[in-house]
Design a protein around this ligand. Sequence first.
Ligand SMILES: [Zn+2]
Length: 314
Amino acid sequence: MSNGKLHFEPDRELDGVLRVSAEPDLPRPRVVVIGGLHGNEPCGLQAIDRVLEALRDGALPWRAGTAVFVRGNLAASACGCRHTPEGVDLNRQFDYAFESSLPADRWVHEHRRAHELRPLLEDADALLDLHSATRPTPPFAIATRDDRSFELACRLGLPWVVRGWEGPGLVGEQVVLSVLTRLERPAVGVECGQHDEPAAADVAYRCTLRFLRATGVLADDPSEPQLDEPARPLLLRLTEVLKKPSPSFRFARPLRGLERLERGSVVGGDRAIEVRLRRDAYVLLPNDEVAVGHDVLYLAQPESDPDSAATGPR
Ligand SMILES: [Zn+2]
């Protein structure tokens, strides 16, 4: 219930980690906000800076608990790249498979970072993870299979919530959200817009405030009476991922995030194949400039209409 007497405690051992609370014993709930797991996605870091500035100014009414702000991959952010040049995608390491499959002397920067963040993440009562996309996209929330994750995602006030990321062949068990999902705690992600567009940082900031209010860390702000009214977002379920089949694969035309394509549409192709939709689908996070075998897009269906695979080579 305080302003002006908040404690701001940088972690002495973990770079880029700052805890904020009204009491020095870091009371619960402890909620974690992560930005910059991908170094070319500055919106989350900008949102964290803005929230910290507002907290220091006493502009946000505090309620309870501890907010933990994490700058995900400082080395990648410094070079503005998704991961460090010799490294790997940090947001695919949180199944911690590398801890048993790779000797520690062969770990790269992102393995060490995922490893050192593990106790902090496993201690969290809730998590918000902020991202942006290669191609333009309306902002959308990502919910896990945890029911409270879905409720939390709806409270961010975004027009879309997408579930189903834990499906076969999808990334849900490798991303940072999965650490909390395995512990049956709520975690949400937000794709805030396209990298570097100023609107993405605004979305990230708004979502961070709503997350901190929904988790009881910030008090409701009477000057924003609509803020905590649950939105009624459109619900999508991820059904499929398209992996880049060859170096020459390209989209037939530039795609936008959350674009709805009709059955029969040609998504893209290379010299040998053409990929068409077998049914209507929404396209998420399209990016054909990835390495062979990596995800070039995800397909989703309205939640009321879950069904089988939508693409296929023709
Ligand atoms: Zn990202």
